[in-house]
Design a protein around this ligand. Structure first.
Ligand code: AMP
Ligand code: GLY
Length: 425
């Protein structure tokens, strides 16, 4: 089978690495990829938002399966483009349709969907550009902390959680009146604050059946002890003890199963990964958000723990074959630490030489913002590498990841020193 993975981050390197192990694989391409994907696949210089360009490449290389990594092409309808194009009818694409991708692309839609199907989530109300006064009045009825969300995709910056009313009102005004995120904040969702501990649960689905993948916890803030600005994720651990069997049973019965049933009922045409961002509130799960793809850096700890032939799983889901094969999970812990460019998630520099990678042993090195220049690996983004250690305990997995981190050298390297330190085995 010939496979094309779309994307260029750590998640896509992890997907490509896992696919590259399959006996069913012939040729593997990643577009546009990074310095890491080049080691397991051929990189293709391509704008993945240009679907015609993707189509031409797929036909020229006899690609059988396209795996879409990031949300933007999904929200923009790449799956519908493939399904509706007669030239591509033999090609499978793993990902949800444009309408289904609204589960991530529109928070208002996700809320409507969850309310309609009684899926536990924070109480909320949404307001459009002409309803600022109504939104303000609603905000006044709530207690802090206040949660204000731009409806559309806003590169992870569209959620404001504030302790004071004034700040919340200012955020509401910036989004609705000052169009802070353009179209993405023409509608704003205001919701109840959920007090608990977060985790990420993933299902692979063919639109009808599903299999649940290993659970993970992401460390979203830039600073130690979860302080400072939100990032794409600075580290990750899988599994986590607060998501025990009882909790995961509730997650499946109250959230995963009803969500997949609702997707089927609503004829949303969904294949691929569904990411449940959950809050564990005193032992009960609530959906904070849906994402229509794998997480990053969750993929870097989830996929290494899966024994199955990942390509076969992806192909079966994309082909809408029965998903009866159980996911076989390695019981070991996986812990990933992100090496980032100093300054991220705000301004940072690129083009720094990365040294020491060849000295790393017994740890998985997944590239994110890297590229090759004159046969050397240089930094090319905010999150640069994910180092995933595996071990019988979180401590052991963490020790491996941090020992490897000491060997990676680049100017202004930044990483959090506390990944996995807050949880026990
Ligand atoms: P989202 O983009 O919806 O995942 O929100 C970003 C982050 O804000 C989440 O990962 C949570 O940490 C936090 N968050 C979002 N909604 C809530 C909520 N209702 N209660 C508490 N924290 C929230
Ligand atoms: N790590 C969170 C995300 O991928 O959105």
């Amino acid at each position: 089978m010939n496979v094309l993975v779309l994307g260029s981050g750590g998640r896509e390197h992890t997907i490509a690495w896992k696919v590259s192990k399959s006996k069913a694989l012939d040729k593997l391409f990643v577009a546009p990829g990074n310095a890491g994907t080049e080691r397991v696949a051929s990189n293709v210089d391509m704008n993945i938002q240009d679907f015609q360009q993707v189509k031409n490449f797929v036909l020229s290389q006899n690609i059988n399966l396209v795996i879409v990594g990031p949300e933007q092409p999904l929200v923009d309808g790449i799956v519908d483009y493939f399904i509706n194009d007669g030239d591509l009818h033999d090609v499978k694409i793993l990902g949800p349709s444009k309408k289904a991708a609204l589960l991530e692309g529109s928070k208002e839609y996700a809320k409507y969907f969850m309310k309609k199907y009684n899926i536990p989530t924070a109480a909320s109300a949404s307001f459009n550009k002409n309803e600022f006064e109504k939104g303000r009045a609603f905000l006044k009825t709530l207690k802090p902390p206040y949660v204000i969300k731009a409806d559309g995709l806003a590169a992870g910056k569209g959620v404001v959680i504030s302790e004071t009313y004034d700040e919340a009102e200012a955020a509401l005004k910036e989004m609705l009146i000052d169009s802070k995120f353009g179209e993405a904040s023409e509608i704003v969702v205001i919701e109840e604050f959920l007090d608990g501990i977060e985790c990420s649960v993933f299902a692979l689905t063919n639109g009808r059946d599903y299999q649940i993948l290993p659970v993970a916890k992401d460390y979203k803030r830039i600073g130690e002890r979860d302080t400072g600005l939100n990032t794409g994720g600075m580290g990750c651990v899988s599994p986590v003890n607060f998501a025990d069997q009882e909790f995961m049973g509730k997650v499946e019965n109250r959230i995963v199963k009803p969500t997949i049933e609702a997707i089927y009922k609503e004829k949303l045409n969904y294949t691929g990964f569904l990411f449940f961002g959950l809050m564990n509130v005193a032992g009960d799960p609530y959906v904070v958000e849906y994402n229509v793809r794998l997480g990053d850096p969750e993929a870097q700890v989830v996929l290494p723990r899966i024994h199955n032939d990942f390509l076969q799983l992806c192909y079966n889901a994309a082909s809408k074959k029965d998903l009866t094969e159980r996911i076989s999970i390695n019981p070991d812990y996986a812990l990933a630490v992100i090496a980032a460019s100093g300054g991220y998630p705000q301004k940072y520099e690129k083009g720094k030489h990365i040294k020491g990678l060849q000295d790393i042993e017994d740890v998985l090195v997944f590239h994110a913002g890297t590229k090759m220049q004159n046969n050397e690996v240089i930094t090319n983004g905010g999150r640069v590498l994910a180092l995933t250690g595996m071990g019988k305990s979180i401590r052991q997995a963490g020790k491996k990841a941090y020992d490897a981190m000491d060997k990676v050298i680049f100017d202004k390297k930044y990483y959090r020193i506390d990944i996995g330190k807050d949880i026990t085995d």
